[in-house]
Design a protein around this ligand. Structure first.
Ligand code: ADP
Ligand code: MG
Length: 748
């Protein structure tokens, strides 16, 4: 039995979940699947694994606890080991690259992606007697898939006489997707609610919603620090870069004297020195890449510091500086984000140096998975960085958007753990009511699923239509994905398995091909994955990497479209438009290069821009969006790293002086594009029906999928030339159905 230290025991007894131990354990004993929900900080993550351990579940097999974030897997395993007074040999963790699991491990914290990989090797998860899925409310795609898989594994284990217990833990109360879903769990799992002592939190909305939420956050923290009674401050921003920027400014304003032991006075970040800087992307290995938890990827993204307005330029700098001469109370400022080393994270649980006020600047990792003690004031920017997927290209980008109302309320709740608190929302109540969605839409429904299907097939899940998702992507999305993957050669059909008499439809099953396995390794949509897989064969990797990066970033050029007929076009606008198309035509060049069309323009623009170090002046001159170019640069590095990890021995590097492709290379590039976009071919119409826009008739093209005619966009270098067959990246519907990113299939 356990020998806990007395002060730990005292702390535990204060947790609301302790009084529920008996109810929780009885429910688990009687039911194979149990949902435990309760406010953040009520003790779910640290206590439930201990309850199971003490009830004997770790005697013959292990207890697994999954977390969507690596940060939580590590810190929670350490905390639980400390509380149980056991070594990390028994309470261990396993994340992508590291872990301290031993033969003696009884409780194992792991990321949901790592457990997913384990299912691939041992479908019945026989090493475990219980699996706890933590933070299920986050609805990460991997958590969702795991819950789907476990809903089948649990009954199978029961049949085999070696039952597995599944405990799903969640913070917010949106449980319908798990409980009212008979496809998932035939018997509705019981829900144990943990009531927690929550002190009142007063919400203060801003009257207006300022654009620059970081500047506003800085201002608000200064004000709280100068005017309000003691108590810790917790600020929510969107990413690692913002965390650091705000930390630096606050430390400069309210330094902690070195004598008090506050190390943040002298240095601005040595507490996370051993973490990868944002400029060094982590090594990516074939085995691990596809299971990178999404929110952590989001924090790897390096945002440029356009928020780094210096304080002196701020119109409000007197209020930031405070009154001259008076020594101000020091502020002990700590960063908190997913990738922060455990040592840095542990800091937030310690009391600040005497005489200083604690201020934690965090990403939404502090929203639910970590509970920070002694927070009295929460400053909420109302923003979150999320991955978005282009419905057409499937390419992902990161965008900062409003959080959901549920998230904002979670954030506010952080202020009421130790006593009554205050939450300062840096947006108006109208924005909260009208612009914030109630709950975030589960990730799996926000994105096209071709990449997901490829991943699942790569894992050996074959009948995806029957897969019990907590919320399933819609059938059309699934079918479209499978069709595309067949076309790309990532899957192939296995002989028809069944003919249903009523519909006479031949049903076939599909399985992943070796090409599909390679494609599954790249962090881009399967189309681009295919292009990258083929590029290796033709020694074209540097070009395809640059091209895929450029194609993934929308609208590289500043929009100088022709105005509609009603509007008068201004002279300078007309000039710019002509200049841009002339420049594009120069970049397109001649011969095979020219046949690559808009894609060659992208490749040349990226090459030229990198050659001059991506200078804003160059971008301005050539109507290139500087920000888009910086994004392309980041993605190019990222893709180069993954190519190196996937294809051994290529040693690819990003060459800022990449020469334009040769004639032969340009020709091969066209074939590679066609391999990824074979279903995006259009043919010039001979006799376009007169129903359409008569002026546009001679420009009309017929695609493989659409009934109506489409047109080459006037901004394309292929607009005038109108080749017989073209291949396009996507179709944009504005005044007409316009094809964008156009190349010729063959010379006419
Ligand atoms: P939940 O999972 O319900 O959000 P947790 O089990 O994570 O709750 O946290 C329970 C309590 O344990 C919280 O009050 C938190 O402050 C405390 N706690 C968690 N980790 C640590 C740690 N590393 N050091 C000190 N206290 C901790
Ligand atoms: Mg928790």
């Amino acid at each position: 039995s356990l020998n806990r230290r007395s002060e730990i025991q005292e702390q535990r007894l204060r947790l609301p979940i302790l009084s529920e131990e008996q109810v929780i354990m009885e429910t688990i004993r009687e039911h194979p699947v149990v949902i435990v929900c309760g406010e953040t900080g009520s003790g779910k993550t640290t206590q439930v694994p201990q309850f199971l351990y003490e009830a004997g579940y770790a005697e013959s097999a292990m207890i697994a606890v999954t977390e969507p974030r690596r940060v939580a897997a590590i810190s929670m395993s350490q905390r639980v080991a400390t509380e149980m007074n056991l070594s990390s040999r028994l309470v261990s963790y396993q994340i992508r690259y590291e872990g301290n699991v031993t033969e003696d491990t009884r409780i194992k914290f792991l990321t949901d992606g790592v457990l997913l990989k384990e299912v691939q090797r041992d479908f019945l998860l026989t090493k475990y007697s219980a699996v706890i899925i933590d933070e299920a409310h986050e609805r990460s795609v991997y958590t969702d898939i795991l819950i789907g898989l476990l809903s089948r594994i649990v009954p199978l284990r029961h049949q085999k006489g070696n039952p597995l217990k599944l405990v799903i833990m969640s913070a917010t109360l949106r449980l319908k997707d798990f409980t009212e879903n008979s496809q998932l769990f035939k018997v509705t799992p019981p829900v144990v609610k943990v009531e927690s002592r929550q002190h009142p939190v007063t919400i203060h909305f801003n009257r207006r919603t300022p654009e620059d939420y970081l500047a506003e956050a800085l201002r608000k923290v200064c004000k709280i620090h100068r005017q309000l009674p003691e108590g810790g401050i917790l600020v929510f921003v969107t990413g690692q870069q913002e965390v650091h920027s705000l930390c630096c400014k606050l430390r400069a304003l309210f330094p902690v004297p070195a004598s008090t032991g506050g190390k943040n006075a002298a240095s601005t970040g040595d507490d996370d020195e051993d973490e990868p800087e944002s400029s060094q992307l982590p090594k990516i290995s074939l085995d691990d890449y596809p299971v990178l938890p999404l929110d952590e990827e989001a924090e790897l993204e390096q945002t440029e510091d356009d928020d780094l307005e210096t304080l002196d330029e701020s119109d409000d700098n007197t209020s930031l500086r405070g009154s001259e001469g008076r020594r101000e109370q020091p502020m002990y400022v700590l960063p908190l984000y997913s990738l922060l080393a455990a040592r840095g994270q542990a800091q937030v649980f310690k009391p600040p140096p005497e005489g200083s006020r604690l201020c934690i600047v965090a990403t939404n990792v502090a929203e639910t998975s970590l509970t920070i003690p002694n927070i009295k004031y929460v400053v909420d920017t109302g923003k979150v960085k999320t991955k978005f997927y282009d419905k057409v290209t499937g390419v992902s980008t990161f965008r900062v958007t409003n959080t959901s109302q549920a998230s904002a309320n979670q954030r506010a709740g952080r202020a009421g753990r130790t006593g009554p608190g205050h939450c300062y929302r840096l947006y108006s109540s109208a924005v909260f009511n009208d612009d914030f969605v109630e709950f975030a839409v589960p990730e799996i429904m926000r994105r096209p699923v071709d990449d997901l299907i490829l991943q699942m097939k790569d894992m050996g899940i074959d009948k995806i239509v029957n897969f019990p998702f907590p919320t399933a992507p819609d059938n059309d999305a699934l079918q479209a994905a499978e069709k595309l993957l067949l076309l790309l050669g990532a899957l192939d059909k296995v002989t028809p398995v069944k003919t249903t008499r009523r519909t006479k439809k031949v049903r076939y099953s599909t399985r992943i091909t070796p090409l599909g396995r390679t494609m599954a390794c790249f962090p881009v949509s399967p189309r681009y994955g295919k292009m990258l897989s083929l590029a290796h064969q033709h020694n074209l990797l540097p070009y395809v990497v640059a091209l895929v990066a450029a194609l993934s970033v929308q609208e590289l050029f500043v929009g100088v479209d022709k105005p509609t007929e009603e509007e008068e076009e201004k002279e300078d606008q007309k000039q710019r438009r002509t200049q841009l198309i002339r420049q594009k035509l120069t970049w397109a060049g001649a011969g095979n290069s020219q046949l690559l069309g808009d894609l060659m323009v992208l490749l040349k623009a990226v090459g030229a821009c990198e050659y001059v170090g991506c200078s804003p002046g160059f971008c301005e001159k050539y109507n290139i969006r500087h920000k888009a170019m910086l994004e392309i640069r980041k993605l190019r590095t990222h893709l180069t790293n993954s190519v190196n990890a996937v294809i051994s021995g290529v040693n690819l590097a990003v060459d800022p002086h990449m020469a334009p492709p040769s004639e032969q290379q340009a020709k091969c590039l066209r074939q590679i594009v066609l391999a990824g976009f074979g279903d995006h071919v259009a043919r010039k119409m001979d006799n376009p029906s007169a129903e359409g826009d008569t002026k546009m008739l001679k420009y009309a093209y017929q695609t493989l999928t659409l009934d109506e005619a489409v047109y080459i966009h006037p901004g394309s270098v292929m607009f005038k030339q109108r080749p017989q067959y073209v291949v396009y990246q996507y179709i944009d519907e504005t005044s007409h159905m316009y094809m964008k990113g156009v190349s010729a299939v063959e010379p006419d």
